[in-house]
Design a protein around this ligand. Structure first.
Ligand SMILES: [Zn+2]
Length: 442
């Protein structure tokens, strides 16, 4: 959220807000039934707030770093029990053969928790959130759960324990009102390490559902409340050069200097960014050599890569593979590993339509919605859900907050709980009733 491109988002001006508010209330006024339902749901959301805060505390107090299999099993157990108690058919999905292993993929990735809730309607709706955090075991002591004023602090509370809590309490609110056809919840344990084990399953689920709602954070502490239709694609490139060691003083000519070759390779691959299309390739880490008086036998570097378009991954990889053929030192060996960490989420017509139609609901729920249809540098699992579907995908259904991936200041805003619960519940009901056309896009 650091690189917000406000120019591309529909930041609602007061006049427009007033107009939409009028439209929303007029739409609701045409039936006292709708009014009554809004009142009932608002009361239900307010009633859920203290219970949701208690759930947040429970979730925060289980450390669940992406590599902490034991912690992930504990939090997955808690989530499973809650989902079962809500009436879901729950199963754990363990990492399988389709795991996409990357350099930082732990030996044992945590399980996914999937819950299916059958309903009496038609629409198939997928809700996503993740159980893992970026924090290794032991950091909970630095960020214990606590409430200060209008903020709830805690380890991983914004990213993404609030998302898990919101989904659980949305289901509680909608108990007895299963108007959807099938509602599927997926909580994965590997989002923060680019979803090596869950990516393929999330893509399959995305293709099976009519609408995907993902519960990462919903904006900064002061608002507005974002609905995100686009996120960045992230890849990494690793260049490894093998040379030959030799005495730097006595026989340097017998060596092959891996640092010289790496430098040549980096310089000839420094022109791959194009900000106009959101493509960024930056070499950000390099190391080489062993000791001062040895011609370095090895060197390596890695690049951080961001794209707005899925196809750009292929183009960048192809170009890098071509370029490394051109060597400074013919005796060196140069290899490239290219990790597709996460595809971009691209704003589709269906997503834009659903978001447009959801804005009045958001306003009437007490949110100040802003639809962001350009990526802001971060990536999420919503992108995997969108890879093979025409269904609309909305990210950022979660609470407002700040401090994700920091050491001491991660929090969520308590005043966003009721509006986000209300909006989530009303959106799910409206989709279930076919009142929004977004999900019916050709
Ligand atoms: Zn997250």
């Amino acid at each position: 959220m650091m690189l917000r491109r406000l120019a591309h988002s529909w930041l609602l001006r007061p006049a427009l807000l007033a107009g939409l508010w009028g439209a929303a209330t007029a739409a609701l006024a045409d039936g006292s039934g709708a009014d009554a339902e809004l009142g009932r749901l608002r009361a239900a959301a307010a009633q859920q707030q203290p219970a949701l805060v208690a759930t947040l505390k429970q979730l925060v107090e289980i450390e669940s770093g992406s590599a902490d299999r034991e912690g992930l099993e504990r939090i997955a157990t808690l989530a499973s029990e809650r989902l079962k108690a809500l009436g879901g058919r729950v199963r754990w999905i363990e990492p399988s053969d389709d795991l996409y292993r990357m350099g930082d993929t732990p030996e044992r990735v945590g399980p996914m928790v999937e819950a299916r809730f059958a309903g009496r309607g038609q629409a198939k709706i997928l809700l996503l959130a993740h159980l893992d955090t970026v924090y290794p075991r032991g950091m909970l002591a630095e960020q214990p759960f606590r409430i200060e004023g209008d903020k709830a602090y805690g380890l991983g509370i914004a990213d993404d324990k609030q998302g898990v809590a919101l989904v659980l309490h949305l289901l509680e609110m909608l108990r007895g009102q299963p108007e959807w056809g099938e509602l599927t919840v997926l909580f994965n344990s590997d989002e923060e390490i680019s979803s090596p084990a869950s990516r393929a399953h999330i893509t399959r689920l995305g293709a099976e559902h009519d609408v995907v709602l993902s519960f990462e954070g919903g904006g900064g502490p002061a608002g507005p409340d974002s609905l995100r239709l686009a996120t960045s694609g992230i890849a990494a490139a690793y260049l490894r050069v093998k040379g030959r060691a030799a005495h730097a003083g006595a026989a340097p000519e017998r060596g092959v200097n891996a640092i010289y070759e790496l430098s040549h390779q980096l310089l000839q691959a420094r022109d791959l960014s194009d900000r106009r299309v959101g493509r960024q390739v930056h070499w950000t880490l390099a190391r080489g050599g062993i000791v001062r008086n040895m011609i370095p036998p090895a060197a390596e570097a890695s690049a951080d890569i961001r794209v707005d378009r899925v196809a750009d991954f292929d183009g960048i990889e192809r170009t890098l593979r071509e370029r490394i053929q051109n060597k400074l030192l013919p005796e060196s060996e140069v290899t490239l590993d290219f990790e597709r960490r996460r595809p971009p989420l691209q704003a589709s017509e269906a997503s834009r339509r659903l978001a447009r139609e959801a804005v009045p609901l958001a306003l009437a729920s007490g949110l100040q919605p802003v639809v962001r249809d350009q990526p802001s540098g971060g990536g999420t699992d919503a992108a995997f859900a969108a890879l093979q579907t025409r269904a609309p995908v909305i990210e950022g259904m979660g609470l407002r907050g700040a401090g994700a991936h920091t050491r001491d200041a991660e929090y969520v805003m308590l005043d966003s709980i009721v509006p986000r619960l209300l909006f989530g519940a009303r959106l799910i009901l409206a989709i279930s009733r076919g009142e929004l056309r977004g999900q019916a896009a050709p």
